[in-house]
Design a protein around this ligand. Structure first.
Ligand SMILES: Cc1cc2nc3c(=O)[nH]c(=O)nc-3n(C[C@H](O)[C@H](O)[C@H](O)COP(=O)(O)O)c2cc1C
Length: 211
């Protein structure tokens, strides 16, 4: 029999969604292997075009690679700052845009753009739906992590081709995200960028129109 999701669960789900944060400040306490395995297994439940499951998770276990990747992100962050107006740059330089050195788990997520799984159903007309599927797997992992009290930070201030080469993955794999995972230093229900005056969340009505 399929489960019934009552009002208490619905309330808790709303709380989970409100408290899911992009986290950049982590405790470095290691995560158990079983926790990581459980989260990755949950991500596997995500919907995907043609059930192609094109997400490829690469756990970065080498300290040297982690440091190289963190140095790369720092360099890209500095480079992006140079293109900003003086005002924005001042606010930007106060932002922390990744926790790659502290987070106990660092995971690169790729999209396999050539997977034959699912017989290419749907992806023939909209190949980008493979990448959309990978994003859904990440979001599934994000929520499952938060439900366990863990924080996830999505790092995109990187050059995807460079990261793919550093990680020595198939040329058919496209980088979608670098994910930092671990205990958040301080859970919060307001996005960090909003707290720091960079960009607030908009009312939902401002993103909805009718025809
Ligand atoms: C595709 C994507 C890329 C992102 N890249 C970064 C990033 O490089 N660094 C960072 O600190 N946050 C990054 N974020 C997090 C956003 O800043 C964050 O989701 C947004 O400010 C809303 O905050 P919240 O996720 O806590 O609700 C990214 C989020 C998404 C969905």
């Amino acid at each position: 029999m399929s489960p019934q999701f009552g009002p208490d669960f619905q309330h808790e789900l709303a709380e989970l969604l409100a408290w899911r944060r992009d986290v950049r400040h982590f405790r470095s306490d290691p995560l158990g292997e079983e926790v990581v395995a459980e989260l990755l297994a949950t991500a596997q439940l995500a919907p995907s075009v043609g059930n192609s499951q094109p997400w490829r998770f690469v756990r970065v276990r080498s300290d040297k690679l982690r440091e190289t990747l963190a140095d790369h992100a720092d360099a890209e962050i500095a480079r992006a700052g140079k293109a900003m107006t003086e005002d924005r740059r001042r606010a930007y330089s106060a932002l922390k845009l990744h926790g790659m050195r502290e987070a106990p788990e660092l995971i690169a997520v790729f999209c396999d753009d050539t997977t034959p799984i699912g017989g290419r159903l749907g992806a023939a007309t909209m190949p980008e739906t493979r990448a959309f599927s990978v994003v859904l797997a990440i979001h599934t992992l994000w929520l499952a992590a938060r439900a366990k009290g863990l924080g996830l930070g999505w790092v995109s201030v990187i050059e995807p081709g460079h990261v793919a080469r550093l990680l020595d993955v198939s040329q058919d794999w496209r980088l979608i995200a670098l994910l930092c995972l671990g205990q958040p230093l301080e859970p919060d229900d307001v996005p960090e960028l909003e707290r720091r005056g960079w960009q607030a969340r908009l009312d939902w009505q401002s993103n909805v129109s009718e025809r």
